[in-house]
Design a protein around this ligand. Structure first.
Ligand code: FMN
Length: 197
């Protein structure tokens, strides 16, 4: 695998050694780092270049506390002590940005406006972008702890009461703390997950 264009060090950082962090130090995440994450992840591919992901950073202790009641109990201490928490959400009205994002096919905005599956399309593509978010966090040298263990309708009612946005994933991130990693869990073998026809 020496011929993979990504350097071995980068492969380790992004994939082979990358783990989900359960604890973090209190080293703050800087504005510069937040922008660096965006400047990488924004290049993720999305259907029709629709870019439906929206990010709500729960930066203040007060905003973090508003999320607590909606998290599974085991996820609360991890989130309370993380230096930064991102609530990743899908913009269900992403079509408003189509003229900016795909000017040559601006008329698609009207088609999406009437499309029955628009919310599913938004969530599907925002979830794909959420995967890129995790990789971007790792790429700038921080550790991410993704979480779906929360009450989605309650979280949406708390932070997105007008119904325009739907949460897809919460991600804590920062410098990993002591005992950040659970023992490594196995993965499926190639033959278990892959079929060739
Ligand atoms: C979509 C998603 C949801 C997850 N939800 C939680 C969660 O609610 N709480 C938690 O502690 N870890 C959560 N995790 C972390 C996984 O448990 C972890 O990625 C998996 O066990 C593999 O561990 P590793 O990433 O360290 O290899 C989630 C990960 C993903 C991708």
């Amino acid at each position: 695998m020496d011929d993979i264009p990504l350097s071995p060090a980068a492969q380790e950082l992004l994939f082979l050694e990358a783990r989900s962090a359960n604890t973090f130090t209190d080293t703050p995440v800087t504005d510069e780092q937040l922008h660096a994450i965006w400047d990488l992840l924004k290049w993720a591919p999305t259907s029709g270049n629709t870019n439906p992901l929206r990010i709500l950073y729960l930066r203040s202790p007060e905003s973090r506390e508003r999320a607590m009641a909606h998290l599974a109990e085991g996820n609360r201490p991890k989130t309370r002590t993380a230096p930064m928490t991102a609530l990743l959400a899908a913009d269900l009205d992403f079509h408003e940005f189509v003229p900016q994002l795909f000017p040559a096919r601006a008329e698609q905005a009207e088609a999406y406006a009437k499309m029955e599956g628009r919310a599913e399309m938004a969530k599907f593509n925002a979830t794909l972008q959420a995967g890129y978010f995790i990789i971007a966090v790792r790429a700038i040298g921080l550790a991410a702890g993704p979480m779906s263990g929360f009450d989605y309708p309650a979280m949406d009612a708390e932070f997105f009461p007008d119904g325009r946005y739907a949460s897809v994933l919460l991600v804590n991130f920062g410098e990993p703390g002591p005992d950040a990693w659970f023992p490594r869990l196995p993965r499926l073998d190639y033959g278990q997950a892959v079929t060739e026809i």
